[in-house]
Design a protein around this ligand. Sequence first.
Ligand SMILES: C[S@@+](CC[C@H](N)C(=O)[O-])C[C@H]1O[C@@H](n2cnc3c(N)ncnc32)[C@H](O)[C@@H]1O
Length: 318
Amino acid sequence: MSSGMPPEDSVTAKVADVEEVTKCNVDRTDRTGKDENTVLMRQKSPEKVETMSKNQRKKLMKQKQWEEERDLRKQKRKEKRLKRKMVLQSQAESSSGESFRKRIHRDVVPSTLRLIIDCSFDKLMKLKDVKKLHKQIQRCYAENRKALHPVQFYLTSHGGQLKDNMNETDKGWVNWKDICIKSEHYSELMKKEDLVYLTSDSPDVLNELDESKAYVIGGLVDHNHHKGITYKTAQEQGISHAQLPLGIFVKMNSRKVLAVNHVFEIILAYLEKRDWKEAFFAVLPQRKGAKPLTRPAETPICKPEQSEIAQDEISDSD
Ligand SMILES: C[S@@+](CC[C@H](N)C(=O)[O-])C[C@H]1O[C@@H](n2cnc3c(N)ncnc32)[C@H](O)[C@@H]1O
């Protein structure tokens, strides 16, 4: 077995007793010109071992240890083989003859719902926040690729600092699959009546997801410096808007403005679970103090005017 080669001087591995090991080591280290027998004689008496150089003694010890641990290594290899066999067996059983990967692929049913990250706020952000947004987008992309019901994912108004940062730090984005990355504004790509801007400041609360619609998430990391900007945008453009039904199901530590990736992931989770409460708790970090409400609130806890007190973002990457 090739695993765990002996330390240097492995040629000596088959040599069983210390005497001969010593010989091998000395053969190569003795540069004094003394013949082999003289050296061997010298090594045979224990007091001579003491006259060996520090290096020679170290080598000798290592060799001895290597020999002593031979059985242990053999046993470990045997255990490893057995473990691997068991894992393969249980994988084969759980996929009832099919490969695990094939099974996952078969269960994926893409949703027709379009989910857009609107990147038109690029100029409002400092570079450090653009970098955070980039990370959040990477996370959305990865989650969508893994999802059971992936959405039709769009990045619109793509350009500026965000595009520069993607080019600099993640050139691979040009090869991303199952995503439409456009420099155009979403209003040039979608019918107005299909659009619903997701914004925590909307008085309308999302009840169901309509998979024929195009939902927009503001591509913004602003630490609430631009309060209500997406709500204002939706109103100005005359498009529908809605907030997630967070306040109905979740008691938060005064935070209702979520980060882009959390909104995105909640939508994915809802498409899978068809249950808002489950979707929220699958995505929102516990550390942010999200607790289930014992009974769903009849009216959202977070009314538009209350959003003034809850403008922090929740994100792992924040
Ligand atoms: C960090 S927030 C940006 C906050 C920004 N001040 C604003 O006015 O939208 C990122 C985006 O996530 C979406 N979002 C965050 N919390 C939301 C909620 N509770 N309901 C619906 N959408 C939400 C919005 O689209 C928002 O633009």
